[in-house]
Design a protein around this ligand. Structure first.
Ligand code: AP5
Length: 225
């Protein structure tokens, strides 16, 4: 199963990819997480990427493609993956297509989560992430049991630097200009499954699973044997 999760910032791509990971047995590969990890480690790539991420702009392709190509070569991605946040432009999608073709692979489906801007702002402003294990919470919709501490590992929760309101508005503009055209691109290839992103996370997950034709045990209409 080779999937791409598309959608505006804060639409729930990461939340849904994590839920699908358990069902499909394929790893979530999030370009944003890979970039944030490089930023935390202060690698040359991370230092360069941070300049763009802090503004809400896209990181240049050469940096992102290098991270994705390396990650897709890891053994756990050999049988499938759930790409979250990549590709983000038609040019990245074309490169991904070529990367997979060179390995005699192809995407099975592209899930696009649709959510209105006002809901996106609410979701992003309440998001908190564990510094230690990366678990995600929302102050209102999915609050941690103990204030500012992760339920799983007791790590400290933080708010992402690029979740400030002005930066979120820039990310929404970038989505509209550069990423939304991917809906047409993958629609033309017959891969697109559009899913309404409103409602609870488990409700959205049920819509995605139904759209993919995946059974609760993970098998589905020609998608996984
Ligand atoms: P990235 O990390 O990919 O951010 P994004 O696409 O803006 O998406 P988010 O992570 O903000 O949101 P999400 O859709 O995953 O929602 P989530 O599940 O967290 O990218 C960050 C930056 O990196 C980019 O701006 C760019 O600079 C760079 N970058 C990354 N990829 C790149 C690429 N390919 N090319 C170039 N640059 C790239 O949910 C949000 C919140 O809502 C959470 O608190 C969650 O708990 C809550 N929530 C989720 N679902 C629900 C629900 N159903 N009901 C209520 N609350 C919910």
């Amino acid at each position: 199963m080779r999937l791409v999760m598309l959608g505006p910032p804060g639409a729930g791509k990461g939340t849904q990819a994590m839920l699908l990971e358990a069902k499909l047995g394929a790893p979530q590969i999030a370009s944003g997480d890979l970039l944030r990890s490089a930023v935390r480690s202060r690698t040359a790539l991370g230092v360069e990427a941070k300049r763009f991420m802090d503004k809400g702009a896209l990181v240049p392709d050469d940096l992102v493609l290098q991270l994705i190509d390396d990650r897709l070569r890891e053994p756990d991605a050999a049988g499938g993956f759930i790409l979250d946040g990549f590709p983000r432009t038609v040019s990245q999608a074309e490169t991904l297509g070529r990367m997979l073709a060179a390995r005699k692979q192809a995407l099975d489906k592209v899930v696009a989560i649709v959510l209105p801007d006002e809901e996106i702002i609410k979701r992003i402003s309440g998001r908190r992430t564990c510094k230690n294990c990366g678990a995600m919470y929302h102050l209102i919709f999915d609050p941690p049991r103990n204030h500012n501490l992760c339920n799983k590992c007791n790590g400290e929760l933080y708010q992402r630097d690029d979740d400030a309101e002005d930066t979120v508005r820039m990310r929404l503009q970038v989505y509209a200009g550069s990423t939304r055209p991917l809906l047409d691109y993958y629609g033309r290839l017959g891969l697109l499954v559009q899913v309404e992103g409103t409602g609870r996370a488990d409700e959205v997950q049920r819509r995605i699973v139904a759209g993919l034709g995946v059974t609760e045990s993970g098998s589905g209409a020609g998608l996984k044997p």
